[in-house]
Write a protein that binds this ligand. Structure first.
Ligand code: IP8
Length: 266
């Protein structure tokens, strides 16, 4: 019998210090890798990761958020792509230490967007690697765009798309907070965790939610919830867990009682 597939989005604010350029948080990366290693007997995985401070800071610095405007952007574009590759390798090495056969795939090699939304993909490399027992991994990336030359593709959009297309059993968003709150828990100590959301309540909430406190060019928590709603509406449960805390990812995968938020399909 084929193992159930889990798509995990490892958030860039948990895995890097998003306020300091090119700063991985190695403990959080190792913690995520260890949990996925422990779960591989039960599940197969596609890992999608945020760009963290390897993406959001350079994209802003080099004025890449709105696509191609002039050739003067190309040097910054290439420099950012190269840093995103370096980030991919850091993750790869950390997962290998836990014997997870992570296979890095650049989203820009198999995704084309139109106005920033995924338009065309070739998912055969992902399904083929999965069949061999590997763990395909892609991050938020700069990809070619049919309207704007290039676009910033968030790992959130990619993870949601892959969860739907690959018929995942669940999608787990790992972030640096305990889940979805009724206000930003980094700014409001009284923020309340919303543990069980329906597609309708999550959609209502996403239209009110704000972005991130750190530099973020792809929508922060609000963007994440919007992508999650589309997945849950197709019958796939979506979890939000804190990656900076031990074993939360594992507990959510195994349906154990844990502090987290869950969007339940309608
Ligand atoms: O960190 C953003 O992906 P995210 C991608 O998943 C870039 O939002 C290049 C900033």
């Amino acid at each position: 019998m084929r193992k159930a597939l889990i798509v995990v989005k490892l958030g860039g604010s948990a895995l890097t210090d998003k306020t300091a350029i090119y700063t991985p948080r190695r403990a959080a990366i190792g913690r995520a890798a260890k949990q996925i290693a422990d779960l591989r007997r039960r599940f197969s995985f596609v890992v999608v990761h945020g760009a963290g401070s390897y993406g959001h800071i350079p994209v802003k610095r080099w004025h890449l958020t709105s696509g191609f405007k002039h050739a003067g952007q190309l040097r910054g574009l290439a420099a950012t792509k190269s840093k995103l590759l370096e980030w991919e390798l850091i993750l790869d090495e950390a997962f290998l230490k836990h014997h997870v056969p992570l296979i890095p795939l650049l989203a820009s090699d198999y995704v084309v967007t139109k106005n920033g939304r995924i338009h065309t993909t070739d998912l055969r490399p992902i399904t083929n690697w999965l069949r061999l027992g590997c763990v395909p991994s892609s991050g938020g990336d700069i990809v070619t765009d049919l309207r704007n030359g290039f676009a910033i593709l968030s790992g959130d959009q990619l993870a949601a798309y892959l969860a739907i297309k690959l018929k995942a059993s669940r999608l787990i968003f790992g972030t640096d907070v305990d889940g979805v709150f009724d206000s930003n828990p980094k700014l409001n100590p009284r923020a309340r965790l919303l543990s069980d959301l329906t597609v309708t309540s999550a959609a209502r909430f996403a239209s009110r939610a704000r972005g991130s406190t750190a530099p973020d060019v792809t929508g922060g928590m609000a963007g994440k919830i919007r992508e999650a709603v589309a997945v849950a509406a197709r019958g796939i449960p979506v979890y939000f867990v804190n990656l900076t805390k031990n074993e939360r990812l594992k507990a959510a995968a195994l349906d154990r009682q844990v502090l987290c938020s869950k969007i339940i399909p309608a």
